[in-house]
Design a protein around this ligand. Structure first.
Ligand SMILES: NC(=O)c1ccc[n+]([C@@H]2O[C@H](COP(=O)([O-])OP(=O)(O)OC[C@H]3O[C@@H](n4cnc5c(N)ncnc54)[C@H](O)[C@@H]3O)[C@@H](O)[C@H]2O)c1
Length: 363
């Protein structure tokens, strides 16, 4: 890995959510925006106008052939990530790929082989590790303020029926598990990295069925760590919610022997009750950071989180450290997600190793 380069040049593939990483790169002293790419020319032009930029292409191959580009940021539909990562690696580029890394483990071994051979970095853009309360919570966890962690509760609850307007949500491979719930799974695994067995229940609501889809939209799981600590992970996607003032969309609660904390999104609220423990938790809000995290209309997109992760990627790159979650960690999280899906389907506890063995994956 080269460590001396000060500025990394970014190519962005997929300009819907890709808008956020464009904004992040343009505001960073560590990054330069090299080119943007989408099949949709009108969208390329819209983004160029929005960001006062002029280098776009409709061809991914063209962007890959640009030797000045170091890193490709991939924001295409979930079903295309594996292929697009592979193409970038083969062209000698590092990769930042949005979640989900992939939608099945079918190509995990090939990707591991290509990544090893090319020696390029693959970083999974698990944005939920990077919003302000999640960052503060991690710092407090690393300082030991929770004592010994006893259990983790995460959820991603949102009425995302709007998402079913996207054409690719009706194509093979779409699921709430991989597209949405992976955020909550990743947060749980971040704190309990040795999840070995999972059990869960799921329901397909009438709201999903009436759209002729058969993807489970209401799910609750227990994830057991090797040392018997466990996480509770929930995801509800096609029914009304209580709203983020009552129940944040993304939430991560850490309960430990000395303290407890809860990080929430999108309201950027962080509750803590550390020693000396009180009857009521303290609340931190981050109103001054609102415009940093939410740069576009209707608090849409995730520019602030992506800013945080590209800066982290650049720091790791300079220091010769692998930015995490990397390809292996991403694949292990997908093996947990696959075990969760099988558990729901077959109504049994499923070991993560069973998935890795079945697919001959060695991490
Ligand atoms: N919090 C997060 O990290 C977060 C949030 C939203 C979306 N995402 C992820 O971002 C990805 C994109 O989601 P979206 O909402 O922007 O979807 P979208 O459908 O709005 O955008 C995808 C874009 O990719 C383009 N595209 C498709 N195939 C292409 C190809 N071969 N070459 C070039 N362009 C191509 C499409 O034209 C489209 O503009 C998804 O994987 C989604 O899961 C992540």
């Amino acid at each position: 890995m080269k460590k001396d380069k000060k500025v990394l040049k970014l190519g962005v593939l997929g300009l819907g959510e890709g808008r956020s990483i464009i904004s992040a790169a343009l505001q960073s002293k560590d990054w330069e925006l090299g080119m943007i790419c989408d099949l949709n020319e009108a969208l390329c032009k819209e983004r160029c106008e929005e960001f006062n930029f002029d280098k776009y292409t409709l061809s991914y191959q063209d962007m890959l052939q640009d030797e000045t580009i170091d890193v490709i940021g991939i924001y295409t539909p979930d079903q295309l990530h594996a292929k697009h990562i592979m193409m970038a690696l083969e062209a000698g580029k590092h990769v930042i790929c949005t979640k989900p890394l992939m939608i099945t483990l079918d190509e995990a071994n090939t990707l591991l082989e290509v990544q090893k051979r090319t020696g390029k970095l693959v970083f999974v853009g698990q944005s939920s590790r990077y919003f302000e309360p999640a960052k503060r919570q991690r710092e407090d966890y690393e300082k030991g303020l929770h004592g010994e962690l006893t259990t983790v509760e995460t959820h991603y609850i949102t009425d995302a029926r709007w998402f079913l307007e996207k054409g690719w949500s009706h194509q093979k491979g779409f699921s709430w598990m991989y597209n949405f719930m992976i955020h909550a799974v990743d947060l749980a695994v971040w704190y309990l990295p040795e999840i070995e067995e999972v059990y869960g229940l799921g329901v397909i609501s009438e709201n999903t069925k009436e759209r002729n889809l058969s993807v489970t939209d209401t799910m609750t799981f227990l994830l057991k760590n090797k040392d018997s600590r466990y996480a509770t992970v929930k995801g509800y996607y096609a029914t009304p919610t209580l709203g983020s003032a009552v129940e944040q969309s993304i939430s991560c609660t850490l309960r430990g022997t000395k303290g407890v904390s809860r990080a929430g999104y999108p309201k950027l609220k962080y509750y803590t009750n550390f020693a000396p423990v009180e009857k009521t938790a303290k609340l931190q809000t981050f109103d001054d950071l609102h415009d940093y995290y939410f740069r576009f209309e209707n608090e849409s997109h995730h520019a602030g989180e992506y800013q945080n992760y590209i800066e982290d990627f650049a720091r790791c790159f300079r220091e010769g450290v692998t930015p995490k979650p990397d390809l292996k960690e991403g694949i292990r999280t997908l093996a947990i997600a696959e075990a969760m899906e099988i558990s729901m389907r077959e109504n049994r506890a499923v070991k993560v190793q069973e998935i890795l063995d079945r697919r001959g994956i060695q991490l």
